[in-house]
Design a protein around this ligand. Sequence first.
Ligand code: PEP
Ligand code: MG
Length: 848
Amino acid sequence: MQQQRTFDPVTLITATAPMKADVYGGRAKCLQRLVRLDMPVPTTVALSFDAVHRIANGQMPAMDEVLFPFGDTPLLSVRPSSQDPDWGGPGAILNIGMCDARHAQMVKDIGEPLATRLYLRFVQSYAIHVARLDPEMFDLPANAGQAGLKQALDAFEFETDEVFPQDPAVQLAEVLRSMARAWEGTTARLLRQAKGAPADAGLGLVVQAMALGVGPGECGTGVIQYVDAATGQPQIKGRYLGQSQRREALGDVEGAIFLTHDDRGPSLEDLCPDIFARLVEYGDVCRRKLREEMSVEFTIESGALWILDAVRVQRSSRASVRIAVALAEDKIIPREEAVLRVQPTALSEMLHRQVDPSAERDLIVSGIAASPGAATGKIVLTASEAQASAARGEACILVRRETTPEDIRGMHAAHAVLTMRGGITSHAAVIGRGLGLPCVVGASDLSIDLRKGLIISPDGRQFAAGDVITVDGTAGDVLAGQPAMTEAALDGAFQTLLDWADDIRDIGVRANADTPLDAKTASNFAAEGIGLCRTEHMFFGSDRLGVMREMIFAETAADRRAVLDRLLPIQRADFGELFDIMQGQPVCIRLFDPPLHEFLPSDKAGLRDLAEQLALPLFEVSERVAALTEYNPMLGMRGVRLGIAIPEIYEMQARAIFEATVASATPVVPEIMIPLVSAMKEVELVKSRIDAIAASVAASSKVDFKYKLGVMVETPRAALRAEDIAQHASFLSFGTNDLTQMTYGLSRDDAGRFMSAYVQQGVYDEDPFHSLDVEGVGELLSIGAERGRLGRPDVTLSICGEHGGTRSAIAFCRSQGFDYVSCSPFRVPVARLSAAQLTLLDLANSDI
Ligand code: PEP
Ligand code: MG
């Protein structure tokens, strides 16, 4: 039986001491590594999570044991050591051990002013952070001198009825107790949970001998790092400040000097070349041995260098990719580890401009973060104003209650979109993500007054059309004015990392792409084809909408065919262009899906225009439009139901696809997908018509071609009957937007109204349109996949709803053996990286 190793609650950090990050925390472990690397680390003792937890509950360790390594007159610092340094912890306390006797001794050693400064600083931080006294009582400048010190000591006594503790053991015990308790408090717990820490995450503490940084000879402290935190490029950064402690050199501090030689002023390299050279060497050693870019905190004490601490360099998303790739290229970490080190969301941030994290934010309203990135522009309230604005070369933000397909051209013209209604799969959100357009939806606290051309924030501020606002689609915020931005930054490291991810991942990634622009984006991001082309979006172009409307108004099938003949060459050209861009990669074209009324005007002016265009009386047009209105259009005459009831539309689309296929310069095997299927017979009927069209195009063109016909599984019944359906379908693609809508009986366009109440009250863990419901919708996916395979063992399985690019959906699809996921083009890089990470994690688990 394996022996369980026991760890001392209090351990001196030496090269050989048993020291684990999950027992003593990451800082303690890192300090041991520095010791092992022969760096001059002051004597340090580590307290385990368990010891600190006990301290919080009143059980102090033996203080003489903690203090033993530091001799008779200790001067100490205490710093937190949580398992993951990113989880934070209470602030460091320095100079523990300062007391009257020590002060008197120090006056002799380093002079009165410095000794008094150190004592005063300790009294201040002890009073405020340990005894938790009113900070105002101790608000004294660092150079307040002996009088200031007396004032602080008196204030302490006045507030606590006790003299300032003089025994270092008592001081240290109180510091440990206050830090341990702070960690267990609710605020600290919530803060670290927000950073991904488990609720019961432990805190270790490190007690370290002070390297003074003040005194005779060269004394001071500094921080050095070896890469630029914004770009990840190698570069020495940091500052050094003589006669200072801890991180005082950082920030805009008078007297702080550069590290490397600099024409703008003095530098550590000029002042102490040997120490500078050692720091540079330590950076290289850290990088190779700790396998990370570190920021090193150092102190010079009378000319002697001490290394107090080293932490991971805080970094931007872009730098995180550059650093991981450079470490792997230098063979310091394997490629697989580089792939695991980068957060997929970092890639998404790199693809778009973002609000500078340090910029001030004047919040107007928050909504659902539907499409990442940020953009600034003038408010426009209609799609046509957006187009006019674009024509004038002015950036604009399209603000709508909700968008409809008619707004598409306005969305193309806008720099960002804001809606008051709708959720993560609403029209605005789907199109926004497809276009890479920052988008906030469901900002229901905002009101809009279309007549006055105003939007009104929840706090009553009015913003008129033409006012400048910023949509932060990453955070889901709408901001007044124009905060500073950081630019999108795709570099070689981004491509390299994704190439490595592609070598690892075991599930395909395609893109949902409706237009040539989408397809180009998809192809630039190395999507392995188009998994969903929503063809209805092609009919909103100015050259098509009118024809489409004529088709809807046609009286007979023959009339309809005649109008559709005019759309045929247009569609053929659309598909031809997609085939060209995708260069032989699979292109899955979904036949027409939405209810026809979406193509008709809804207001009076639009109806009048239409009557004029069709040369029909207004009342007749109004009647026909009214007749097409459905109580519940999402469950009405749409998808394959249109294909059965008005077969001419699908016939035209199939012909256009096949004619584009035979004309394509690169060989293609088009994939045709039937939406909203719920019965096998629907597929049989549509398939027989499409087969006939294929035969006719093959005969007339004398070109033999192949094609695949598949079904979009987006009704619960299609999932349940997948065995029958798969007999006529070579692929099944799960449309999880509609499937979620129908599984929950939850309107995807209206759920935004109550979703936040549902999530806040814990009814749903998350918005199921945002995060795949693996329990319910997932069960239907599993059933559909299993039954689909019974009907056709080699059936291709995929997912193409908006969930397709999310980590949880990719994990689920991999677990079910799906062939690929399809997601909006700008999510493709994120999906490629997530898929690779999930593959690696599975491999690691299977090795255990
Ligand atoms: C779906 O329903 O999941 C889907 C991809 O189709 P749409 O969003 O166009 O309804
Ligand atoms: Mg659908």
